[in-house]
Structures are given as C-alpha cells and as structure tokens.
Ligand binder design. Structure first.
Ligand code: ATP
Ligand code: MG
Length: 391
C-alpha cells in the first residue's frame, strides 16, 4: 500500500456550509464509485481528498480512472507514500516520477510539512530534494515560475507523500449537490451530452425515455440503456423510466393536424416528464434541445413545449453547434453508441411540413378534443423502471 490517490477540489469559491456539503458529497460519491474496486478509505483535509487503499487487493488503475470522472474534483493524481526520511523520499521521487523526470526540461519542488517534528522545514526540504535532483539529472533546470514538472513532497503525521503534476479532474460540482432532475434521454447525440453537462453542475438525474414499440425496436431501447450505462461513471447509478408512447402517438396522428404532430408529441413528453419528476421528487427537466437544429427546436416551439409545466427546463446545449456537442460526446464516450442506426420515437410519423412557429392557441385548440390527463396518467402508470449500475 505505497500508493494513494489525491483529488484536488474544484470551485474553491464555495464557502462555509456549502463547502462542507461539497466535500461530504464528493466523498460519498467517490466511495460509491470505489466500492467495486477494493477497500478504500476516503478522507478530506484542506481541500484535498485522500483515497487510500486499505489492502493490496485494491485496483489502483481502476480507482484512478474512476476518480477522474467524479464531478467536483478539479485535479487528480497518483501519489507514492513512503517513510518520513529525506533520503527515502528522494529515492521515492526518483523511482515514482522516473518517466516525468525524464520527459521534463524544467522542474521545481514544492514541499509541505504538517508534521512539525520532521527535522527539515518545507523550504529546507524543497532545497534538499531540488538540489539532489538538479545534480542527478543534468538535462533538468530549476524553474520556479513555469516548470514542466512540479515535484510535490508532503510530510504528514503518518507518512510522506510524493507526486508529480496533477491531471485534470472532471470539474464541476459533486452530483447531488444541485438537487434532482429528470433528463429526457433519446438515442441521439445531444441528450447524453446534455445529461452529462447537468450532472456536472451537481444534479442527480433520473432518465426518461419514450419508447414507441413496435415502431421502434428493442434494439433502439437497448441502445438508450447502453447510453445510460456509459453515463454512470459520471452520474452514479441511474434509473431509466421507459414510457410506453405508442398509444399517445397513434392518438395524435388520428385526431390532430399533421403539421402540429411533433410539437404536440413534445408537449406530451414534457407533461409526462413533469409527472415523473413529481413522483420521484425532482425539481427540473433536462433536454438536449439546441436552438434551430430541427423544426421542433425553434424559440416558438420551445415556448409551446415549456408552457405545459411550471418546472424549470434546462437545455444546456441550446447555444451549442453540433460540432461542439459531438466533441463532448466523443470525450465522454457516448458518441459511438449514439450514432448506431436505430430509429427514435421522434422519427415515427414525422410530418412532411412541421410547423416552425406554432402558437400556444393552435396547440391548445388541437388538444381540446383529447383527454390529456387520462393519456398522461395511462402512460405514467405503465412506465417500466430499469436500474442501471449497482453504485
Ligand atoms: P438527441 O440527439 O438528443 O436525440 P435530437 O437532435 O435528435 O436530440 P430531437 O429528436 O428533437 O433532437 O429531441 C430533442 C430532445 O428531446 C432530445 O435531446 C431529448 O432530450 C428529448 N427526446 C427526444 N426523443 C426522445 C425520446 N424518445 N425519449 C426521451 N427523450 C427524447
Ligand atoms: Mg433525437
């Protein structure tokens, strides 16, 4: 057990009570993600969360990858623990940071001493380690301002810790800190990205998927479950609420003007999502809509869909170009699954000429002959809930 993982906390502007709940949430999220990887102790001191393996069976590579996906951590690094002796520490630096020391041209040493009984203070320790490294590696020059490599040396009560540059963490706020929302997850590129973005802002999510069997296939549904699974390293475990949507779509096709089909369908999606939110105690709805991307994503259409609920609707990709959304989708690993060619419920009965600027009056008039409440209740009562991820 000579290695630990450090998480440097992000959003340091948070103060007081907020900061405590930030740290608590981050630690409990980290603990849950580590559960399958061995026995770890997770503690926080001075804006650093320490992830320490409790025995030699822990999967440290897996833990490091998992910790890079925990929102709230601005930086993550692996760190070697060793005896509190300046020469043991120097040897540990040379061994543990060998690849980084070989690759760097400039370096500096930063020391921290919380064990005041240690014979060198932090300045003396930095000078000692820095001087020795300078002698041992002729290609390295000290640079106090913009070094390629910063060697961190910390003397704590129980041991000394050594690490190099920190890798970027997932950033954002710990999941759960921002509250609870439902996210509309289709099989496309945008909604997994939108979900990821809002989880990053600290929202705990429940997923809602509208399923139009037999117009859309079991494979299409499986693809959505696969996307949800790909999100769980960031979001934690998820429930996907699969809503049977066929009856509503058939009713709309039968009794409403074709040009309004898409907008009316989306109003039902919102009503049903709001009811799911009420049942699970969520306070907002997330969608992957992007302004102007398709006919149902004009400002007027968004007004018509938003009007059926008083919940706030978060559309984090609303101002993004497709390329920007694709870039995030590749980064988080959902892209390859999103582009698999399965149909979505929105592509069933697509009108030839959807109305680009629907009005609220038109929508209300078209819905007059429908028993909206009963349709929503029937769909919600028949939801299938699928749990994704054990943690
Ligand atoms: P995406 O790439 O996320 O599928 P899109 O560009 O295809 O989005 P639309 O099909 O108009 O756009 O859908 C807009 C948003 O509505 C989606 O991002 C998603 O949040 C929601 N949505 C669409 N279809 C479904 C569905 N079958 N189940 C759940 N939500 C859906
Ligand atoms: Mg879609």
């Amino acid at each position: 057990m000579n290695e630990i993982i450090l998480l440097k906390l992000g959003e340091l502007v948070l103060k007081g009570l907020n900061r405590r709940s930030f740290e608590e949430k981050l630690m409990s999220n980290a603990r849950r993600r580590l559960r399958a990887l061995g026995s770890f102790q997770v503690t926080t001191k001075q804006s650093i969360t320490y992830v320490e393996p409790l025995n030699d069976d822990c999967d440290m590579d897996g833990a490091f990858e998992a910790m890079k996906k925990v929102f709230g951590a601005a930086g993550v690094c692996r760190c070697r623990a060793c005896e509190k002796d300046k020469d043991v520490m120097l040897a540990a630096v040379k061994d543990f940071l060998a690849p980084q020391l070989a690759a760097a041209r400039t370096f500096k040493v930063e020391s921290k001493r919380s064990d005041k009984a240690f014979p060198l203070n932090s300045i003396q320790l930095s000078q000692y380690i820095g001087g020795e490294l300078d002698d041992a590696y002729p290609h390295l020059t000290a640079d106090m301002h913009h070094p390629d490599l910063t060697v961190y040396v910390e003397v704590r009560d129980d041991a000394a810790f050594i690490h190099g540059n920190t890798e970027p963490g997932a950033g954002g706020l710990p999941v759960g800190m921002g509250g609870h929302a439902v996210s509309l997850l289709s099989g496309g590129i945008d909604s997994p990205v939108a979900s990821w973005m809002m989880a990053k802002r600290g929202l705990c999510l429940d997923m809602v998927h509208f399923f139009s069997y037999p117009y859309t296939s079991e494979e299409a549904k499986q693809k959505v479950l696969d996307l949800a699974r790909l999100l769980t390293p960031w979001t934690g475990r998820l429930v996907v609420h699969v809503v049977p949507f066929t009856a509503i779509q058939e009713e709309l096709r039968r009794s409403c003007p074709e040009e309004l089909f898409t907008i009316l369908m989306r109003r039902f999606m919102m009503r049903i999502s709001a009811e799911v939110a009420r049942r699970v105690g969520a306070g907002a709805i997330v969608t992957g809509e992007s302004l102007g991307q398709v006919a149902s994503q004009t400002m007027e259409a968004m007004q018509c869909t938003g009007a059926v609920t008083s919940l706030p609707i978060f559309r984090p990709v609303v101002g993004m170009d497709k390329e920007e959304i694709v870039r995030i989708s590749r980064k988080i690993g959902t892209f390859e699954t999103s582009i698999l060619p399965y149909e979505d419920c929105c592509t069933v009965f697509t009108p030839k000429h959807p109305k680009l600027r629907p009005t609220m009056e038109e929508c209300a008039a078209a819905e007059e002959k429908l028993d909206v409440e009963a349709m929503v209740k029937d769909a919600v009562d028949n939801i299938e809930r699928i749990r994704i991820g054990a943690e």
